[in-house]
Design a protein around this ligand. Structure first.
Ligand code: ZN
Length: 237
């Protein structure tokens, strides 16, 4: 039996799949992984992306933050790929418990997924730091300089910046789902970025599937490892 057949067999026998996805799930929709920068950013910005996307930088150089953020982090032309669509389908069919994602692009919801734990937040949601009022992503894109609320407060994306903690409730729900999963599919992540590696330890079942283009240091603990594009693999199931 080849690996795709093995995965199909696992999926067929599952009713509580949890999918944990990293940047690799979104790159197949054309969204760049800002952690694997190729020098592109440095041509237009005086600081590395990790510094611009930090809490300190947001507070001190908000206008510069938004210049980078509008240019590089919001990518509304991106469409859900085969991975997003298959996961939404599994949820509708009652096979998938939830998606846990490190991506902030909202593509799982765009594909139709309802139960999505966004560990790093979402560019789709923004809020006034003063009164808490919500703003959509179009408001951010259509504003210039520092986007402000009617009350005069500064609007901040609901995105977890460097130096900021993850949302407690999101983490709690994600770990609860991993614990109760019958199958855990970890995909599109090298498992080197916090918190992915520490989370998979909460899974105690016998169907841990790792799908990633390159080998990871956790390949040996998975029950099935597939080194390929996530979208292609899921689409063939
Ligand atoms: Zn306000």
């Amino acid at each position: 039996m080849n690996d795709i057949d093995k995965l199909r067999q696992i999926v067929d026998g599952s009713s509580r799949i949890v999918f944990f996805g990293g940047a690799g799930v979104s790159t197949e929709s054309g969204i760049p992984d800002f952690r694997s920068v190729d020098g592109l950013y440095n041509q237009h910005y005086d600081y590395p992306p990790e510094e611009i996307l930090s809490h300190t930088f947001f507070m001190r150089r908000t206008e510069e933050f938004y210049r980078f953020y509008r240019d590089k982090m919001i990518c509304l032309s991106a469409k859900p790929n085969k991975a997003h669509l298959k996961l939404a389908q599994w949820e509708r069919e009652g096979k998938l418990l939830s998606v846990i994602t490190q991506n902030i692009d909202g593509l799982h919801q765009a594909a139709g997924s309802k139960r999505v734990h966004e560990l790093h937040g979402s560019v789709m949601r923004n809020y006034c730091m003063k009164c808490g009022r919500s703003y959509d992503v179009e408001y951010i894109l259509n504003s210039s300089g520092v986007p402000t609320c009617n009350c005069g407060g500064i609007i901040k994306p609901d995105v977890v910046l460097y130096e900021e903690p993850l949302n407690d409730e999101t983490v709690t729900q994600a770990l609860r789902d991993i614990r109760s999963a019958d199958t855990l599919i970890v995909a599109g992540t090298s498992l080197t970025v916090y918190p992915a590696a520490s989370y998979i330890r909460y899974y105690s079942g016998n169907n841990m599937v790792l799908i990633n283009r390159d080998a990871t240091q956790y390949d040996h603990i998975a029950d099935l490892v597939i080194h390929d594009k996530v979208g292609e693999v899921l689409d063939s199931i």
